[in-house]
Ligand binder design. Structure first.
Ligand SMILES: NC(=O)c1ccc[n+]([C@@H]2O[C@H](COP(=O)([O-])OP(=O)(O)OC[C@H]3O[C@@H](n4cnc5c(N)ncnc54)[C@H](O)[C@@H]3O)[C@@H](O)[C@H]2O)c1
Length: 127
């Protein structure tokens, strides 16, 4: 089974490496090219204990890949949305613009049988 993880920050990079370690083929997709270049060579651009070792092992196994190109996730059976949902300035609401952008970006490429899973923290009713 092939999985994509859209948004490879703290949540997404960790989830991607963990799912690859369970034997799934995983592609991490992010809009930040610098982050993707680091992850591709097994470097974690933030502090998360033991993640770098896991990431290096899974990248070297060939099960874990990273890209900025959403079309490379077209064959995936499950897409995990892991982008940020920061608090909106001047409001208590969550800013959903990154979730909306991620869905707009994957929708043209996702096969009709694929499942889209929200992992970002979102308000009740978002799904
Ligand atoms: N960090 C945690 O431990 C944790 C735990 C539970 C839930 N969450 C939730 O997970 C979500 C992500 O949190 P985080 O801490 O990983 O955030 P983060 O800021 O570290 O990562 C978000 C990533 O999404 C990427 N991104 C933004 N727009 C994108 C788009 N359109 N397409 C693809 N990638 C895009 C950013 O470049 C960034 O790399 C939030 O909703 C947060 O509340 C986080």
């Amino acid at each position: 089974m092939k999985l994509s993880v859209i948004g490879t920050g703290y949540l997404g990079a960790t989830h991607a490496a963990a799912m690859a370690s369970l034997g799934f083929d995983v592609i991490g997709v992010d809009v930040d090219p610098k982050k993707i270049e680091l992850l591709k060579v097994g470097k974690v651009p933030f502090f998360e204990p033991d993640l770098e070792e896991l990431l290096i092992a899974e990248v070297n196994s060939g099960r874990l890949k990273f890209t900025t190109d959403f079309s490379e996730a077209r064959d995936c059976d499950v897409h995990f949305i892991c982008v940020g949902t920061p608090q909106m300035q001047g409001s208590l609401a969550a800013d959903m613009k990154y979730v909306d952008a991620a869905l707009d970006a994957i929708a043209p490429h996702a096969k009709t049988s694929s499942l889209i899973v929200g992992k970002s923290t979102v308000p009740v009713g978002t799904a």
